[in-house]
Design a protein around this ligand. Structure first.
Ligand code: ZN
Length: 252
């Protein structure tokens, strides 16, 4: 069984379409939060995600953009994007966002797996280091925790009392996508971040997603080029802060 892992789309339609075009066949979809905020296509992106009927958890931008929370904790640029997004969203899409659950979430089709936005300990926590990953893995009874929020693709594993960051091994690809592959040891606990589709922050501007194969015990990480110029143009046309356009080409 194969699960498509999408996270931090952030209203970037061009990036989402490129990822879905590059995605291999799958049996289910998981959305790890922050569907909107920053990008210029919040309604279109929500409609595509909704149509895939994914397992979904909410992100911090999702909460703010639908008015569940104010933007006190956001920097001024992120807050401006939240206000813009809230004005743009249709009533149906606002309702969809408001109904998204916080993690951790499980799904009976995917055994020994949990889904979160930030961390299983706190939906807003950033797992950026072996230290923060270790606390999350220690608390988790699950083989696999899929998370987002940091916009950095990668994984952590706990072996004995030690947690280490992992990278996938590059695979040869016949498409334009860059693919790397991580074999999972069924006896270990992992945290896996598919990376951000709409605003990567690991100095790789290509959109990121992942595919989990429960039969083969592996995760494949994808990086996909997309029409960044078009996404930037639409951010500027919308009157969103210019920095949100510029950062897309730097991948940070
Ligand atoms: Zn995000």
């Amino acid at each position: 069984m194969r699960l498509l892992l999408l996270s931090d789309i952030h209203g970037n339609l061009e990036a989402l379409e490129a990822c879905l075009n590059a995605a291999p066949e799958h049996d289910g979809v998981a959305n790890l939060g922050d569907v909107v905020g920053y990008g210029a296509s919040p309604n279109q992106v929500i409609e595509i995600v909704r149509s895939m009927n994914p397992i979904s958890v909410r992100g911090n931008h999702d909460r703010c953009c639908c008015g569940l929370e104010d933007t006190t904790d956001f920097n001024p640029v992120a807050a401006e994007a939240v206000e813009w997004t809230r004005r743009e969203l249709t009533a149906i899409n606002l309702d969809w966002l408001r109904a998204l659950p916080s993690g951790p979430l499980c799904d009976k089709r995917w055994k020994d797996v949990q889904f979160v936005h930030g961390s299983p300990l706190d939906e807003d926590e950033y797992i950026t280091s072996e230290f923060s990953a270790d606390a999350a893995l220690e608390s988790s009874p699950f083989h696999l925790t899929f998370f987002g929020h940091t916009h950095v693709q990668g994984a952590f594993a706990r072996r004995g009392l030690r947690t280490a960051a992992l990278e996938g091994d590059p695979l040869r690809s016949t498409t334009g996508a860059h693919i790397s592959h991580l074999r999972l040891d069924p006896t270990l606990k992992y945290l896996v971040n598919p990376g951000s589709i709409g605003q990567p922050r690991d100095y790789d501007r290509r959109a990121a997603f992942a595919l989990y194969d429960s039969t083969k015990h592996e995760v494949r990480f994808y990086r996909v080029p997309y029409d960044i110029a078009r996404a930037q143009e639409r951010i500027l046309q919308a009157g969103l802060p210019k920095i949100l356009a510029f950062r897309l080409e730097e991948g940070r």
